[in-house]
Design a binder for this molecule. Structure first.
Ligand code: ZN
Length: 444
């Protein structure tokens, strides 16, 4: 090997080593370079993420702080109420609901606080509550709330929209004052059922018979005829007494008599009413049916003492006993409560007035039927003397009076008189009968 050749080899080796070193270096640089790039990306991503997170968090916090600083939201809830129909309407009110700093001021001067506003709202200031429910008809009625203009102005302008009021309506529930429906019956709140009476429900009137069942169709009660539709709603009411038209009250004393039932037939056929002043001592199981029928045909069973004494000659205890025994027997046997009293012979003094405890009914037309016992004379006397508002005195224990009545009742009706009971006539004339007071007629 010559010198030249060794030199070339040495140079070649050197280049080779250099190449290997370079190559290693290259590889090293490469491997080092790619690791750093990934780490860089990761760090950048993390930084980016962190910054976004921090920015977002700061942003939210700032926003919240800004909001808190900016808007105060107060809920104003109308209170719901429940009442019974016909009672006084409850005081409608609204209550605030707010969570936040009540001490914050909201006006430009920095004097008016949230707390003051809440107090005023809770006292009912700044708004109107209204409800269509009148408290009479049952149902559920929304209670509306409307802010008054001055409060709206404050919210929008004076307080720069810082305070927001969110209002919520309430409900007024009006329950039936008597009870609730139970099928076709009406159950009172105490659990008993309504019988022989009207009930007002959902703006309509209903009637329940003695079994508690809702009535449909026609119902005659007293001097009225009621018509109910198939759902039991009252659709018409005809009061057979016209207060503007003439009326008289025929009264029969001292009964019941043997032919009282015949008299009731006449009254029923003519749709006429009369008042029967009964003697307590004549009440028994057979006359009890007559008293029941009197009520059925719209007539009035009343008190005429137990044994027909002249009460002005009796003492307090005797008067009271005459009254009470008679009332009790009529109630117990006839099932009706006497509302009026006729003193035998029309005899009244202060002691009688003080002890009878009932209105005393006298008369303005005395037929003297007990004396004449003449049907024609009785009819003529009435027809020649009768006028609007009269109380006519007769006795249903005489045959002549029953005969007279058969003629007289249609005649009076033909002459334009409504034949009513004493109580009906007083009511039609707007007079409330009072215990101890005496009444002779109900002239206009
Ligand atoms: Zn008498």
């Amino acid at each position: 090997m010559d010198k030249q050749q060794r030199k070339r080899r040495a140079a070649a080796k050197k280049r080779m080593r250099q190449h290997v070193r370079d190559r290693k270096k290259q590889i090293n640089i490469h491997s080092y370079g790619s690791g750093k790039w990934i780490k860089g990306i990761l760090i950048a991503a993390m930084l980016c993420f962190l910054s976004v997170f921090v920015l977002t968090a700061t942003d939210t916090l700032n926003q919240q702080q800004a909001d808190e600083q900016k808007q105060i939201i107060i809920d104003l809830n109308v209170q719901s109420e429940t009442m019974l129909a016909g009672e006084n309407l409850p005081q409608l009110k609204a209550k605030t609901s707010f969570s936040g700093d009540e001490e914050r001021t909201i006006d430009a001067d920095g004097k008016y606080t949230v707390k003051q506003l809440l107090q005023e709202l809770n006292q009912g200031e700044g708004y109107e509550l209204s409800c269509e429910g009148d408290g009479m008809a049952e149902g559920e009625f929304p209670i509306q709330i409307a802010l008054k203009d001055d409060l709206t102005k404050k919210l929008d302008a004076d307080w720069g929209g810082e305070v927001k009021l969110v209002t919520y309506t309430g409900v007024l529930t009006v329950k039936n004052k008597v009870g609730t429906w139970d099928g076709k019956k009406f159950k009172r709140y105490d659990g008993t059922y309504v019988t022989d009476d009207f009930v007002e429900s959902q703006g309509s009137r209903y009637y329940f018979n003695s079994n508690g069942d809702m009535v449909t169709g026609e119902l005659k009660k007293g001097y009225s005829i009621y018509n109910f539709d198939q759902n039991g709603k009252l659709v018409s009411e005809t009061n057979l007494i016209d207060p503007a038209k003439p009326m008289v009250a025929i009264t029969y004393d001292d009964g019941p008599g043997k032919r009282t039932n015949e008299l009731l037939d006449v009254l029923e056929e003519n749709k006429a009413h009369a008042t029967f002043f009964l003697l307590g001592q004549k009440m028994n199981n057979s006359t009890a049916d007559l008293v029941k029928r009197m009520a059925q045909v719209g007539s009035e069973a009343a008190n005429h003492s137990w044994s027909h004494p002249q009460l002005t000659k009796k003492n307090e205890e005797e008067i009271k006993k005459q009254m009470e025994d008679t009332n009790n027997s009529i109630v117990n046997l006839g099932g009706v409560t006497p509302m009026t009293f006729r003193p035998p012979y029309g005899a009244i003094n202060d002691m009688v007035r003080a002890n009878v405890k009932m209105p005393l009914i006298l008369w303005s037309v005395d037929t003297l039927d007990w004396k004449t016992k003449d049907a024609k004379a009785t009819v003529d006397h009435v027809m020649n003397n009768v006028k609007d508002g009269d109380i006519i005195l007769m006795h249903d224990v005489h045959d002549s009076t029953i005969d007279a009545s058969k003629e007289l009742i249609p005649k009076l009706i033909e002459a334009g008189y409504q034949l009513v009971t004493v109580s009906e006539m007083a009511a039609a004339r707007g007079i409330t009968l009072e215990a101890g007071q005496s009444y002779t007629e109900f002239w206009k």
